[in-house]
Write a protein that binds this ligand. Structure first.
Ligand code: 7RM
Length: 652
């Protein structure tokens, strides 16, 4: 952070401003600027107004109980998330409206109306019940981007089971760790999914994970269909493994939605932190649904005629909140795509936008930077004139990429919402409102109405550049870390009293706008995916040739950040390119391909303080090719020079 302050000052000199287009503002969901003051003067009343747009089986008696660091929202209220995403719309006569417009990577398509999605969810919910799944049980979902991923999530919420979705790119070891930590009873997977023309063999990975997942009693396997299923053999263990389609066809069609307490668990989602072990972030029912419902409607300015596409994977929180729960709670028409943006060619996303008439498009800066590099001719080949609003999430967006998105994708007419939030916050926290906020490239602008943030120094003193903090509870906040409330307290609530530490750096400019500067802890953000440096280090030292490893982030043109690993080998083991490749693969196997280091530097020593702490700051300087800062506290200052030489050779 510190070494980039030159670039940051340039950023803050950004003076291009984009007020909401007049016609956009006129019909926007939110176009009364007094909402900010109204929400600030009565946040509980503000959130209650949103909550009352949902169906409640029983009303809440208390909006908020705040016993730091634990919050409860809408106490006494009873509701069901799947009811609010499905039955509510069908009962309102909107059953024939398309809910999911799905396209597979090879171009196969499936559409579910709200009535059809409800029927499928009910049948599968009954299927889960037949396997003994009940309220409070944990279910792991390890699926590609197929409609059954949304169905499985909604079926769990229908019966009060707690889902834990594991991204399909994670390895068997990562899947087993999550099964075990959650003590999951059932695993839902598929024979496979398509990615860039290749099959990701999920059941095979699941089988490997199941050898070390003793709590899993049953496995449900979705047949992806088409050529994939024809060419992907699956071993079914009798009594344990069940085909999804057989369960669903045997199941009764009706399944009443369980009445859930507002504070009952909705899901667990594992996310990387500063230790080697990912944390199970816990979200509950009423507050989460209220905030994802409100932010989807207000930030994406959802209207009846919109076709909405968020390109995330359901394995990440963005997929939970802004593919499944927020949009479906709003009765949106949701596009869902299985595959890669560059398959069969680099125009695929734009072809999809044209084909489905997408009006609202939400993606990550890393994708935007890749599109930018691939050139304007790809989007130029499709008709993008239906687009009216663009969004970004996952990492800071550089003004150059913002301007490209605005010009080439948005045709200079679409507002851009740069939305800051986290797995832990559950829903969008800092964002423009497209009918109200004048945007500037690179800033997420202001907190959503009803949200209060501050920028603080370590001491707690407010400042204009420092740590991002959230100072009051919000409905979709994480409630705890699954099985480890102590970690919840120490990670988020120990820096300042009763104030949430987000782990990001931020700056406030003269307009009061917030600029998010990236992580200030040992969490990397590679192509918008969170990866803990410790996780990668543990995977490296798990290899028999490695004694010690230190992992840092390094700026990357497309991915934002890439992984650089400094590795010390065991005595007598020779360095080689083959070993380097083996180590990268080993990390891929332990965690998943996204965690593979881009660079591996072998080193006899790591820079350490005299007390033995690895000085990551120096490693970051070396990885970035910067002048190395103060080395006076090093046990052996010569080590830095040797490392710099080795790194330069590598970069060659
Ligand atoms: C939604 C999501 C969270 C981390 C967060 C930030 C970074 C996310 C933005 C952003 C700058 C943004 N959840 N981040 N959005 N940084 N501007 N608009 O990404 O849990 O996977 O990651 O992502 O560092 O702490 S996440």
């Amino acid at each position: 952070m510190s070494s980039d302050s030159g670039a940051l000052d340039d950023l803050l000199r950004e003076d291009r401003r984009f007020p909401p287009p007049r016609d956009f503002a006129d019909r926007a969901v939110m176009n009364d600027p007094s909402v900010y003051e109204r929400a600030a003067s009565d946040p509980e009343g503000y959130w209650s107004t949103w909550a009352s747009e949902l169906d409640w089986f029983e009303p809440w008696h208390t909006v908020l109980e705040w016993t730091p660091p634990h919050a409860k929202w809408f106490l006494g209220g009873k509701l069901n998330v799947s009811h609010n995403c499905l039955d509510r719309h069908v009962q309102a006569g909107r059953g024939d409206r398309p809910a999911l417009l799905w396209e597979g990577e090879p171009g196969d398509t499936r559409t579910f109306t709200y009535a059809e999605l409800l029927a499928e969810v009910c049948a599968f919910a009954n299927g889960l019940k037949s396997l003994g799944v009940g309220k409070g049980d944990r279910v792991t979902i390890y699926l590609p981007m197929v409609p059954e991923a949304a169905v499985a999530m909604l079926a769990c919420t229908r019966i009060g089971a707690v889902h834990s979705v594991v991204f399909g790119g994670f390895s068997p070891d990562s899947l087993a760790d999550r099964n075990n930590d959650a003590r999951a009873k059932v695993l839902i997977t598929a024979d496979g999914g398509w990615r860039r023309g290749s099959v990701v063999a999920l059941k095979e990975n699941a089988d490997a994970a199941l050898e070390q997942s003793p709590t899993i009693e049953h496995v449900v396997v979705v047949e992806r269909g088409g050529a994939l299923s024809a060419q992907t053999p699956v071993t079914m263990v009798p009594g344990r493994d069940h085909w999804y389609h057989e369960l669903v066809s045997a199941a009764a069609p009706d399944c009443p939605a369980e009445s859930m307490d507002a504070e009952d668990l909705l899901f667990i989602l594992y996310t990387s932190g500063t230790t080697g072990k990912p944390k199970g972030v816990v979200h509950t029912t009423g507050g989460y649904l209220t905030q994802v419902y409100a932010t989807t409607k207000a930030v994406f300015d959802l209207h009846d005629d919109d076709v909405y596409w968020c390109t995330a994977d359901v394995g990440w929180v963005t997929g939970h909140s802004y593919i499944v729960y927020g949009p479906l709670a709003n009765c949106a028409q949701v596009v869902m795509y299985e595959g890669a943006p560059d398959f069969p060619d680099r125009g695929r996303f734009w072809q999809l936008c044209e084909k489905y008439g997408v009006t609202i498009f939400y993606t990550a800066p890393t994708a935007i930077r890749a599109f930018m590099r691939w050139g304007d001719s790809w989007p130029g080949q499709s008709d993008l004139s239906k687009l009216r609003l663009l969004g970004t999430v996952g990492e800071p967006i550089n003004p150059e990429a913002w301007m490209w998105y605005h010009r080439v994708i948005g045709g200079e007419r679409c507002p851009i919402v740069d939305t800051w939030w986290q797995t832990e916050t559950g829903a969008i926290m800092i964002t423009p409102l497209p009918g109200l906020t004048e945007t500037k490239p690179g800033t997420a602008t202001r907190p959503f109405p009803g949200i209060q943030v501050a920028i603080k120094e370590e001491s707690g003193q407010e400042t204009s550049a420092g740590y991002l903090a959230i100072t009051t509870p919000w409905p979709s906040m994480l409630r705890t870390v699954w099985g480890d409330d102590e970690r919840f307290r120490s990670t988020y609530w120990s820096k300042w009293e009763n104030v949430y530490f987000a782990g990001d750096g931020a700056k406030r400019d003269e307009d009061g706008y917030l600029w998010i500067l990236g992580r200030v802890d040992d969490v990397l953000n590679v192509a918008g995916h969170r990866i803990g440096t410790m996780e990668v280090e543990s995977a490296l030292v798990d290899h028999p040739s490695v004694v010690e490893a230190a992992v840092v982030g390094k700026a990357h043109e497309i991915k934002g950040e890439s992984i650089a690993a400094f590795v010390t080998l065991k005595e007598g083991i020779a360095t080689s390119d083959a070993l380097m490749a083996e180590l990268r693969d080993h990390v891929g196997k332990k965690i998943g391909p996204i965690a593979k280091p881009e660079i591996v530097v072998f080193t006899a020593d790591l820079p350490k303080t005299r007390s033995g702490k690895i000085m990551r700051r120096l490693l970051r300087d070396i990885a970035e090719g910067r002048t190395v800062g103060d080395t006076t506290t090093l046990a052996d200052p010569a080590v830095v020079r040797r490392l710099q030489q080795m790194h330069e050779e590598k970069e060659g």
